[in-house]
Design a protein around this ligand. Structure first.
Ligand SMILES: *Cc1c(COP(=O)(O)O)cnc(C)c1O
Length: 385
């Protein structure tokens, strides 16, 4: 099987995890802060808070920005369900902004239209969460300008996008957002097994996320109501969670991030080959904005259904049969039963639905060989013929 994504684990990675296993700390030790420092240095952000996953980091980010009952968060329908669920965890309402037909990212024009309506009805969202689909940044400058005009916070779901750039700057520098979240799930650019991280330039948000990550408990003398109790003393000052990253995860991440540029470069080499090898097939290849440097987490193609007799379902099945691990990103979140139960329905966000109907993510991973790419392209050519 040629998988659609796969982690790259070196002997250095294994040695780094082994060293931690033989050390005094398996959790809350010295390595996770070093990993946090390495990530925030790479992406040029001031603060970083590691968590057990991007899902829990998104939850912490929403909480830190005060999202709660009666509030609304807007995200893209073309994303993994976690981008929407974090709002529901907070007791807030969720809504979606349809995607741009070329980039498959949240469309700034549609965002403006929806904000104007929401403003007139006095229900502007508290948070807007653009998702950098496949590793290509959303148009953050435009979304930021709208946040200034209408008054909302921004969390970038950059689960796909560590190592990518927007207008020459690293995704994660938070120039146009309050918080940016990365995922280190094994199919993403770098991995910690499970794991995620929130970065921000706002110290109060970083402190809040760090507090909530660990039960809402503090030992910081200046935050205690009673500071004469003794050195063992701590206080729970908020309702937090246990979302702490382990030292094993931190060590793996710290070892992986050294290779970030190499990983992303290799993905560009593979993507360039795909653009080359696939140009004559009846496919729409992923559009790359000149302002952006994608991390190429995914290579999502669309079958030109007017030129292909077979359905996407049949093409998918045929490729799977030939041991090509294709995938589909994403089933529009609002069409999931849980979201239909909340009142959403098919037809509501037509661009995301139209994109989904013919979308296919083809294999892309670090150690993919030229041979494997040719196999994928031949199989795809046969399946589309
Ligand atoms: C993978 C992913 C997540 C969740 O990441 P985890 O680390 O698995 O929790 C959230 N949003 C998007 C867009 C993702 O691709």
């Amino acid at each position: 099987m040629i998988p659609y994504g796969r982690q790259e684990i070196s002997s250095q990675d294994i040695a780094a995890v082994e060293r931690v296993l033989k050390s005094d700390f398996l959790t809350q030790g010295p390595v996770v802060p070093r990993f946090e420092h390495a990530v925030r240095s790479k992406v040029c952000a001031d603060h970083a808070v590691a968590a057990t996953s991007a899902t829990t980091a998104l939850h912490l980010a929403c909480k830190a920005l005060g999202l709660g009952q009666g509030d609304v968060l807007w995200t893209s329908p073309n994303t993994f369900v976690a981008s929407a669920n974090c709002a529901l965890y907070c007791g807030a309402d969720i809504d979606f902004v349809d995607i741009d037909e070329r980039t498959f990212n949240m469309c700034p024009n549609k965002l403006r239209e929806k904000l104007e309506t929401a403003h007139a009805e006095n229900r502007v969202p508290k948070i807007v969460m653009p998702v950098h689909f496949a590793g290509q940044s959303c148009d953050m400058e435009k979304i930021f300008d709208l946040s200034q005009e209408f008054g909302f916070s921004i969390i970038e779901d950059a689960s796909h996008a560590i190592g990518g750039k927007y207008k020459g700057d690293p995704i994660g520098n938070c120039r146009y957002s309050d918080i940016t979240v990365f995922s280190f799930h094994p199919v993403k650019i770098i991995t910690t097994g499970e794991g995620g991280m929130a970065v921000t330039n706002k110290v109060h948000l970083a402190e809040k996320m760090a507090l909530l990550r660990s039960h809402g408990i503090t030992r910081d003398k200046c935050c205690l109501s009673n500071c004469n109790e003794g050195a063992w003393y701590y206080e729970q000052v908020d309702l937090g969670f246990n979302y702490r990253m382990t030292e094993m995860q931190g060590a793996l991440g710290l070892s992986q991030i050294v290779n970030l540029e190499e990983f992303v470069n290799k993905r560009h080499v593979l993507a360039d080959s795909y653009y080359n090898l696939l140009q004559h097939l009846p496919l729409t290849l992923p559009f790359q904005d000149a302002d952006n440097y994608s991390s190429f987490h995914l290579f999502p193609v669309q079958i030109k259904s007017d030129r292909v007799a077979k359905s996407r379902k049949d093409v998918y099945a045929e490729l799977q049969e030939r041991k090509i691990g294709v995938n589909v990103h994403y089933i529009p979140v609002h069409t999931q039963p849980h979201f239909r139960d909340l009142g959403f329905f098919a037809g509501q966000f037509p661009n995301s639905e139209k994109y989904y109907a013919n979308a296919l993510s083809i294999p892309l991973f670090h150690h993919m060989t030229e041979e494997q790419q040719k196999t994928v392209c031949e199989a795809l050519g046969d399946a589309l013929a």
